[in-house]
Ligand binder design. Structure first.
Ligand code: C5P
Ligand code: MG
Length: 286
């Protein structure tokens, strides 16, 4: 049905079920579909030529906007908390307060650095941020078919927007829920706006944005894409959902985490740095 589903990176617990969901969604038509995707390590690459690619936070952490001393502290936070994020031996309940701690400490450090809004574009330009191969087709295809794309990220909205703007794919059908920076009248970072979005509270974030999902109530068929088990709740605000197809990128600690990903995502893409499979699914649906 979709030849790309036989790619070596593709794993499915129940291929029959995937086919059923796809058929049902295709039958309803592309005007009933919406896409909800995570950003870091889902739309962006996890690694390139053996080197890790940066998250939104890392783009700032590694930039010239941050003092050497602060860089050290941010790196220490990453070295402490990232292994916890991907630790399959701990439950989400156990990890949640630690993740809040990571985000809170990192945001406090960033605010201390008096980051200037007008330098963000340059910092993104000079970074190693990379969208996954096939991103152009992904964004352009959704735009051409007027399919709404919600990017739901626990990263930094201002940085994320700049990445997609510079890639030329920040089309009008794209909406972003994320952590946005609050700048003072001189354009200097003074805080982060609103409720913190971290890796395990996307459900609460979705439920705060009922207006968005209300607008899209004629689109009860959802394609969800993520790289963390926390991303599975991004569609919890969708009303009267008919079908949901969940595609999960499994980038790191593959063996330990494979079973839990297979249990919760319909399609698991193992160490796949491309958007080939999501693109093939979208082509099938349109
Ligand atoms: O866009 P997404 O929701 O994936 O963003 C969250 C990611 O940002 C997490 O997977 C985490 O590893 C990363 N992160 C980071 N530095 C922080 C906090 C989170 O790189 N200070
Ligand atoms: Mg992610």
């Amino acid at each position: 049905m979709i030849p790309e589903l036989s790619n070596p990176s593709v794993c499915m617990r129940d291929p029959e079920r995937v086919h059923e969901i796809l058929q049902s969604m295709a039958k309803s038509g592309s005007n009933t579909v919406q896409v909800i995707s995570d950003f870091d390590m889902t739309l962006t690459r996890f690694a390139h030529n053996g080197k890790r690619c940066p998250t939104c936070h890392n783009i700032l952490d590694n930039s010239k906007l941050i003092s050497d001393d602060c860089k050290e502290q941010l790196k220490e936070l990453l070295n402490t908390y990232y292994p916890i994020e991907i630790d399959s031996s701990r439950s989400i309940d156990e990890k949640l307060p630690l993740m809040v701690e990571w985000w809170t400490k990192a945001h406090e450090l960033l605010v201390q650095q008096k980051i200037r809004k007008d330098l963000l574009a340059k910092v993104v330009q000079e970074s190693d941020a990379m969208l996954r191969e096939g991103y152009q087709l992904f964004f352009d295809h959704l735009h051409e078919h007027s399919i709404p794309l919600l990017i739901f990220s626990a990263g930094i909205g201002d940085v994320l927007e700049e990445v997609i703007r510079q890639a030329g794919v920040f089309h009008p059908n794209v909406k972003v829920f994320s952590n946005y920076m609050d700048f003072d009248e001189c354009g200097v970072l003074r805080a982060f706006k609103g409720e913190l979005i971290h890796i395990y509270n996307k459900r609460e974030g979705a439920l705060l944005n009922t207006g968005h999902f209300q607008e899209l109530r004629a689109r009860p068929n959802v394609l969800l894409m993520g790289d963390s088990l926390g991303d599975l709740t991004m569609a919890d605000g969708v009303q009267q959902m008919e079908n949901i197809l969940k595609i999960g990128f499994l980038n790191d600690k593959v063996e330990e985490r494979k079973q839990s990903y297979l249990d919760s995502y319909d399609i698991v893409l193992v160490k796949d740095e491309t958007l080939e499979v999501p693109n093939a699914v979208l082509l099938y649906l349109t």
